[in-house]
Design a protein around this ligand. Structure first.
Ligand SMILES: C[S@@+](CC[C@H](N)C(=O)[O-])C[C@H]1O[C@@H](n2cnc3c(N)ncnc32)[C@H](O)[C@@H]1O
Length: 237
């Protein structure tokens, strides 16, 4: 007769897939991945640069980072800045975290947790920039959109004065909603590109070209289906 434990193993392998399970287990031993669950103390909050990165460089976070293409890509471009990719899915984080470990990158880390907890994870004024890359558009639940007032209020607490938010998306609903939020609350737009790739045909700034040449997994998927990629960056305080 099958033991309880092996039955559970078989069940999880069947429902999650063996690869996913292995990746999920692997990140637990990765020194560049941390996990956080609600209501735990989190001593790194307010002390990321000093205690995790062991430097005093600016901190940039990517929310819903998936495989972490932006966190890793920007960390390569900017060795004098620190990056944290945050996502609930450990099997996705695994991809970026493994690459960063292989390449011995010391300015990028990952957090497996829910974005909803960011106020507990970062201290007041600790974050310089926030990247929202192909966030779930949440068509039925506007409050869960990462540019909704609930989330912007959280960002306001952790962002430095003058800190910026970047959104890259293919989704018309989320893009339009974000532009409406910007207008309604008087946030200031830094850069607005309703068709990012078309705008790059005449872009002369090599740094911007390089930043926008980073393509996430979902970006490639949606661009391949003919969706127009959009970008906006703005300041909320
Ligand atoms: C559409 S995917 C985009 C992933 C990646 N940025 C990309 O462009 O390929 C959205 C990601 O956000 C993550 N996510 C959605 N809601 C989340 C939440 N509340 N907390 C943490 N991660 C979340 C999902 O796990 C998923 O990886």
């Amino acid at each position: 007769m099958q033991s309880n434990r092996s039955f559970l193993n078989d069940y999880f392998c069947f429902t999650m897939g063996k690869d996913k399970l292995a990746r999920f287990a692997a990140i637990k031993s990765f020194e560049n991945v941390l996990e956080y669950q609600r209501n735990q103390p989190f001593p790194l909050s307010g002390n990321w640069t000093r205690d995790f990165f062991k430097n005093d460089q600016p901190l940039i976070i990517e929310l819903g980072c998936g495989k972490g293409e932006y966190s890793v890509g920007l960390a390569k471009m900017y060795p004098n800045k620190n990056f944290i990719g945050l996502d609930i899915k450990g099997n996705r984080i695994f991809i970026g975290a493994r690459q960063a470990l292989k390449e011995k990158m010391t300015n990028v880390g990952f957090l497996r947790t829910r974005i909803d907890f960011i106020e507990a994870l970062f201290g007041p004024n600790e974050v310089d920039e926030i990247w929202l890359t192909f966030s779930d558009p949440q068509p039925q639940k506007p409050k869960k959109r990462l540019s909704s007032p609930i989330f912007i209020n959280r960002y306001q607490k952790i962002l430095k004065p003058g800190g910026s938010i970047h959104m890259k998306t293919d989704n018309d609903l989320l893009f339009q909603y974000t532009l409406e939020q910007i207008e309604e609350h008087g946030y200031s737009i830094i850069d607005y590109r309703p068709d990012l790739y078309q705008s790059l045909e005449t872009e002369t700034n090599p740094t911007l070209k390089q930043i926008f040449s980073i393509k996430t997994h979902y970006e490639q998927l949606f661009y391949g289906k003919g969706h127009i990629i959009k970008y906006v960056s703005f300041k909320i305080n």
